[in-house]
Ligand binder design. Sequence first.
Ligand code: AKB
Length: 327
Amino acid sequence: SQTCIRQLYSESNAIPRILITGGLGQLGVPLAKRLREKYGQENVVLSDIARPTSVLLKQGTYRYADVMDYKQVQELIVNQQIDWLIHLSALLSAVGEQNVPLAMKLNIEGVHNILDLARKYKCKLFIPSTIGAFGPDSPRNPTPDFCIQRPRTIYGVSKVHAELLGEYYFHKYNVDFRCLRFPGVISADTKPGGGTTDYAIEIFHDALKNNSYECYLSADTRLPMMYIDDCVTSIELFMEASPEKLKQRTYNVSAMDFTPDELAKAIRKHFPKFKITYKTDARQNIADSWPEVFDDQNARRDWGWKQKVDLDLLVTKMFDFLKNGKV
Ligand code: AKB
């Protein structure tokens, strides 16, 4: 049970105190929930620059923290006795292209601050990367962990920067840096955050509301994807993996891949009259430069990554949540 796990951790004196930055985006809230169940509500601090809902405030500690403000995050790490930093703050691919200066500040300077603080306070550090860290010169089907990376978005460039700098801090300063490259992550409880893979979330909302969806990617645009629960599990497993297991510090993880046409077919099993139409925009160019199928065999081999949710189960879970407010 969770109590036993907590007891075990406290007996070995290793229960971590965790700070999550950018915690009010798509990943932070479900991740905090999972980590609080495991390590205790009092050991996970969620932070962001937005105002939290009162429901969220009841779930545990929330602090204002702007990752571009070094001293503010430093103060939080010191006062809260933080051992693990989970750095989720970032502008995603589509919104990043609309505000490159902000993306550079947040995604690059923010990472510099966090890396330096992880070094100074000997924190274990997790920074997510993405399929967007690859580009038109990368092999797309499948895309392995190690290959050419020449992304064409500021988001992708900043994520390659984070991967390389994190690995540099690991080799140079022994910072326990860990990084997973995520595919499009699909969840029902937060609004899509300005990514290229957002269609795979919006489609469920529109299917319920209008029984139709106009997709900004073409019917045959294949992209790797993952359900939020699997994403959270991958972070949990990876952060807990003993260092000897890690043969590298940055791993691809994936769960499935599909096209808008295939997703629409899976939705029609629930709503036979569901209609999808297509009107591509600038996000098509981004998707065309990204992996179609993600090769995550190293994560599976080294630390036991395995997804639970496939396309059909994903569709069922999304509709269950959106219709009944539960998974
Ligand atoms: C995006 O589309 O920008 C993100 C991602 C794949 O990293 N969801």
